[in-house]
Design a protein around this ligand. Structure first.
Ligand code: NAD
Length: 519
């Protein structure tokens, strides 16, 4: 049976979406439907001059936006919240055609901006309210902490969660009064373009949120050089390039990078839940989740039992192309990425690893399909042993003591996410605290941490700088202004005052200051 593209994805709709991308060169990029490899639409490519003009337009719109009362700005997101939910099916269709992920992951992705809006709609008024603090001299001085928007934020997003990373990370920046210039990945520009369209339907001023498209090295430098702050999500290698350039420009940046995430299974873990959890942890989004699991540490005494159960569960997964919920695992994002995943598996096998199940590309299913794969015997001299594979490939390892498991989990340059499973939650938490990782999920893979929008989520070590979510997920898009007022000139020696007496009174004033409640 031939695969029918979702009815909502008409040529007219696609043309309308891409018309938003500025391109004076007329150059285009062929954006394909991943399941078939057919061209969906010619995506306009922006030149550096187009990027500069996008910043100018966003900057002009930002001045009025920042001057609006916060309450008025937030009204836009209340309407957008409803619109995003009402159009979730169409967004899901877009995410699926451009990324090839299965429908469950695509619809779950549409929930992320909605959750982020919901959180910051409640939190932004508190975070953006000026905070009056005591000045250095009681009664006659004050200092007020005022949060000013930074200006225009450059956002660079990857292809694995294009709608979530492109739109969710913009929401708190916009609420704080900033404009946005977003560069999505060429492969997955459609769903973020639709997100911007919906935000404008909800009342976001036209021009405030710009989308430019192009290959990273072509448009990236101009994008960073014109930004007041950069929010980047992508690989560690590219993050280093972005961070260096932002540093040279003396602007802040948040870098959300890759991982090589471990899972430790303790002896008292619930085996059924571990197996079910790992099917998502290793193969959800076809293994293309930054927080997904690539290394599993199992107690030696239970290793063979787990191995049998995990192989059986993996072989039961339904893998294929469909725009309904019938498939557990979809495609990788592109034939190039499939080649990279395959190279990791072949390298591991050539160096002595064993394939327990999977291990093959599946051209019969589509141009970028790869089987869910379990390996054992993976070592650190293999690509799959040290660097992020970012595909449906997971390695099983055995451990003898919990100390050994923790040491193995920490034996990596990355520190994005870790998962610990155990019947005794307190013990599992104690193990989790010993893992060098920005996120640790106990008895879950990643969703509990990522969906907790009130807590910052970011990587340590080579997995990133800064975080999204939590208070800092909004405050990072602001500058602090310290507005200090002195009502009467009382500081310093008065003209003609004896300096020794002044010093004595100043020093006793300092002693008093510690005893008052002024901070
Ligand atoms: P990537 O680094 O290749 O590309 C990410 C984005 O950066 C794309 O839009 C790309 O066009 C752009 N880019 C590339 N070179 C650039 C340059 N020189 N200047 C400016 N922009 C440039 O990453 P990817 O392959 O698209 O995404 C997968 C990676 O993203 C994985 O490593 C994954 O772990 C990571 N990721 C991390 C998180 C997180 O929250 N930590 C979330 C999703 C994905």
């Amino acid at each position: 049976m031939t695969l029918q593209r979702p009815a909502s994805i008409t040529d007219a709709f696609l043309d309308q979406l891409v018309a938003r991308v500025p391109s004076t060169s007329g150059g285009t990029w062929k954006l394909t439907e991943v399941y078939t490899g057919d061209v969906l639409v010619e995506l306009p490519q922006s030149t550096p001059a187009d990027v500069e003009r996008a910043y100018a337009a966003a900057r002009a719109a930002q001045v009025d936006w920042a001057a609006r009362p916060l309450k008025e700005r937030l009204e836009v997101f209340k309407r957008a919240h409803t619109l995003f939910i009402d159009n979730a099916e169409r967004t899901t269709d877009l995410i699926q055609v451009e990324s090839g992920k299965n429908r469950r992951m695509a619809i779950e992705e549409t929930c992320d901006p909605v959750m982020v809006m919901s959180h910051y709609l409640k939190r932004a008024p508190k975070l953006l309210k000026p905070v009056k603090r005591g000045g250095p001299v009681p009664m006659v001085s004050t200092s007020t902490e005022i949060r000013q928007p930074k200006g225009v934020i450059g956002i660079i997003a990857p292809w694995n969660f294009p709608f979530a990373t492109g739109i969710s990370d913009s929401i708190s920046a916009l609420m704080a009064g900033n404009g946005i210039v977003l560069k999505p990945d060429n492969k997955t520009a459609l769903s973020p373009l639709y997100g911007v369209q919906m935000l404008e339907e909800a009342g976001l001023p036209k021009g405030l949120f710009q989308v430019v498209c192009g290959e990273g090295p072509d448009v990236g430098p101009t994008l960073i050089d014109n930004a007041n702050y950069v929010m980047f999500t992508g690989s560690t290698a590219t993050g280093r390039v972005i961070g260096e350039r932002a540093g040279r420009n003396l602007i802040g940046c948040c870098l959300e990078l890759g991982g090589k995430n471990p899972m430790i299974v303790l002896e008292d873990a619930n085996k059924d839940e571990v197996v079910q959890g790992l099917m998502f942890g290793a193969f959800g989004n076809t293994g293309q989740i930054c927080m997904h699991i690539e290394r599993v540490y199992l107690p030696a005494s239970q290793y063979d039992d787990y191995k049998r159960r995990l192989v059986a569960a993996t072989q039961a997964l339904r893998v294929g192309a469909s725009y309904d919920f019938s498939m557990d695992v979809g495609s990788l994002v592109s034939p190039d990425h499939k080649d990279r995943v395959q190279a990791h598996v072949e390298d591991a096998v050539a160096k002595g690893a064993r394939v327990l199940t999977g291990g093959q590309a599946r051209p019969d299913l589509g141009p970028a399909f790869f089987e869910p794969t379990i390996l054992e015997g993976v070592t650190k001299d293999m690509l799959a042993g040290v660097t992020e594979t970012f595909g449906p490939v997971v390695a099983l390892h055995r451990y003898s003591t919990v100390d050994e498991a923790v040491a193995l989990a920490n034996d990596t340059d990355y520190g994005l996410n870790a998962s610990v499973w155990g019947g005794d939650v307190e013990t599992a938490c104690q193990v989790g605290k010993r893992i060098e990782s920005g996120n640790v999920n106990v008895n879950d893979i990643l969703a509990t941490a990522f969906a907790s929008k009130g807590t910052p989520s970011g990587g340590v070590k080579q997995s990133g700088v800064g975080a999204r979510h939590g208070d800092q997920g909004l405050l990072k898009y602001t500058d602090v202004q310290n507005l200090a007022v002195l009502k009467k000139q009382v500081m310093g020696a008065r003209p003609g005052q004896d300096y020794d007496k002044y010093v004595t009174s100043m020093l006793s004033g300092l002693k008093m200051m510690r005893k008052t409640r002024i901070r």
